[in-house]
Design a protein around this ligand. Sequence first.
Ligand code: DAH
Length: 341
Amino acid sequence: MIEKINNLLLEIENVEAANKQQVEELRIKWLSKKGEVSTLFDDFKNVPNEQKKEVGQKLNELKNKAQDKVNTLKEKFEFEAEASANQQIDLTLPVLPLFQNGSKHPLTLVKNQIIEIFSRIGFTVSEGREIEDDWHNFTALNTPENHPARDMQDTFYVNLNPEMVLRTQTSSAQVHIMERQQPPIRTISPGRVYRNEAISARAHCQFHQVEGLYIDEDVSFADLKQTLLYFAKEMFGNETKIRLRPSYFPFTEPSAEMDISCSICKGNGCNVCKHTGWVEILGCGMVDPQVLINCGIEEKKYRGFAFGMGIERITMLKYQVKDLRLFFENDVRFLKQFVNA
Ligand code: DAH
């Protein structure tokens, strides 16, 4: 018996465990009800009386050593697990942001860029109203009731008394500006406009425009052309060319539409420019003297030019967006492409 105890003591002293699982196995082997130590205790009753004292002491020593060894090994593995868990958390690191940053909407990016380009050549930013009266949206702009040009824009009417409209064009901002300010005037007015159109890849019932207005004593068509050329080059690249085609708007005379050389195929012909090498981006002209009169500006003393462009159109060309509806759906997969734009 003494020999068995000594062997076991030796084993306990020298044994090693590789992990927590093995420690538990040792505990079961030695100390469980049917374990080796417990069995020796059971056998104790067979020990002759004269040896009982010595064997009893040995047995107690054995039990304590087994228990100590199990505890020590257990602690070792617990400590190691804790240390490695702590290693993964470096409390001195700066906090990681939980969410990805949002991004500016592509229309906002382009609007800001347009504002920046024109402000470099002295244009201020002004705003009109989205709900307009008939005078500011149409009549003051030389488009009285029953004028055929009203058909150019399908209008949303707001049932109020007097009747109001959702503005169909930012040109209405021109009227507000001229009513409250005498020349020189050099300003752009970005904003949202509405038209009663069926929604498709190329048309929407709401979109954005930027209106430009320059009124002073000696403003000429050459000034208009040069201003727009500057804008086109800044917006689409220095190699961009412009082309002015005669057109009609009730509030400008003469009127023109401006094309830029296609920024996608560089004028070689593609789907976007319908193989012409040119894409239309805005309407413009010299402010009709009747509009100056309507807004209380001396038409003999002052002249001016105006232009209006669609922000969606410019954005589509700049970022090659093929479907107008994407701008209004707010699909994150679309929007997040502009994070670093
Ligand atoms: N308001 C016109 C439109 O929505 C665009 C426009 C054309 C604005 C000529 C102007 C201009 O200021 O001179 O189609």
